[in-house]
Write a new protein. Structure first.
Length: 397
């Protein structure tokens, strides 16, 4: 029999009955989630069939370029999309389908059992209230019987937990008196105030320098150890994912295109988009890495209103079989193998991709800018300097 990991919480009083948290059973299950927006040009498919599970004490990384549907899918889970959004599918949290839950009950879950760290901490914090008051307000919303002094003490403890120095003084300061990294950590403190079961962190390290990024990630790991919360980490930074995630979902054009445990994604990618992302990472440990131009995925992400036929990635894919099947049949997520976990990829050539090494794409001629683009963005002086860099010196020879 599965072991219960957490006792019932007073916050759950008045909610529909939630299933106990058990090891080996998902806390959050998303199934065929779709989000549509009506526009003058047509239906925009922001999220188009996303499915994944989040288990207790697990970090799931969701990666993809801007516009891939990462943030919209998380806002759909939290119930924070505008009324103009048409949301279908299933979002099951501890046995309850959130899409069919009354808004009053969903509001009790939001910020309590389910919490979110938003992208822009400065915009998310109210400039006219102190940071301490805003964290205390989040506590009061779900624990109304807690006294004022107890809330203040808990607020200072939370600020200390996320690494903000001198919390007894900082608790009475305003957001503009905090640095960017401190504001982000204050947002994390607010989101964990009620010890959520699932914490969604939407780009928590964006616009922070690498030192502060490391501190924020350390805070997330510390929180997970203390609360046993599951974390959904949304980012476009593959380095962040490699450092903290257990499993990865790669998204493109509103759909998941590959998913597996983190090591399998990084060492054995099977979708051309994932391979392109890996190849575009800077490498300093390879020969010629300092002078070789980085690989890039050609083209631009497609319009979510006018998606290409077949595989949405085929116009940018160097490995596409055209016209069929890549431009005629949209591939579904299918199992690649069970070797290192449940590895799935939405690619007609997923088995052929096993022979492609992302490191070898760095030197591929197709990875370079086209001549027309070169003329537009590179001056003759820059071109001459690049030629000189590419000529081996006597020491290199």
């Amino acid at each position: 029999m599965a072991q219960d990991l957490k006792a019932e919480n007073p916050q759950d009083v008045g909610l529909p009955p939630l299933d106990p948290i058990r090891a080996g059973e998902p806390l959050l299950s998303v199934r065929d989630l779709k989000v549509r927006f009506k526009t003058d040009d047509g239906i925009l498919k922001a999220v188009d069939g996303v499915s994944y599970d989040v288990y207790p004490n697990e970090v799931v990384g969701i990666v993809g370029e801007s516009g891939s549907g990462k943030s919209v899918s998380s806002l759909a889970i939290m119930g924070l999309l505008p009324k103009s959004a048409e949301v279908t599918g299933e979002i099951v949290f501890r046995g309850q389908d959130l899409l069919h839950m009354d808004e009053k009950d969903r509001r009790k879950l939001r910020g309590g059992r389910l919490a979110m760290v938003f992208q822009d901490a400065l915009a998310a914090l109210n400039p006219v209230f102190t940071v301490g008051d805003q964290i205390a307000e989040a506590i009061a919303a779900h624990q109304p019987k807690m006294g004022k002094q107890a809330k203040r003490k808990l607020t200072m403890d939370l600020l200390d937990l996320v690494g903000i120095p001198n919390p007894s003084a900082r608790v009475d300061q305003y957001p503009h008196e905090f640095s960017g990294g401190m504001r982000q950590r204050a947002m994390i403190a607010m989101s964990i105030a009620n010890e959520p079961d699932v914490l969604i962190a939407d780009e928590p390290t964006t616009a922070l320098d690498v030192t502060i990024q490391a501190q924020v990630l350390e805070v997330l790991e510390r929180i997970q150890d203390r609360t046993n919360s599951a974390i959904v980490l949304i980012t476009h930074d593959l380095g962040v994912v490699a450092g903290v995630a257990d499993r990865v979902v790669v998204m493109y054009a509103g759909r998941p295109v590959e998913t597996s445990v983190v090591d399998e994604i990084f060492y054995h990618p099977r979708h051309p988009y994932t391979i392109g992302l890996m190849a575009s990472l800077p490498r300093l440990d390879a020969a010629g890495a300092r002078t070789e131009r980085l690989y890039r995925i050609k083209g631009q992400p497609p319009s979510l209103i006018f998606l290409p036929s077949g595989c949405p990635f085929h116009p940018r894919c160097e490995f596409a079989e055209l016209p069929a099947p890549c431009s005629t049949i949209r591939p579904d997520l299918e199992l690649v193998d069970h070797t290192y976990g449940r590895h799935m990829a939405a690619c007609h050539r997923r088995h052929d991709m096993a022979d492609v090494n992302p490191d070898e794409l760095h030197a591929d001629a197709g990875a370079e800018l086209e001549a027309v683009e070169d003329a537009a963005v590179i001056t003759p002086a820059e071109a001459k300097a690049m030629e000189q860099l590419s000529v081996p010196t006597e020491e290199q020879e």
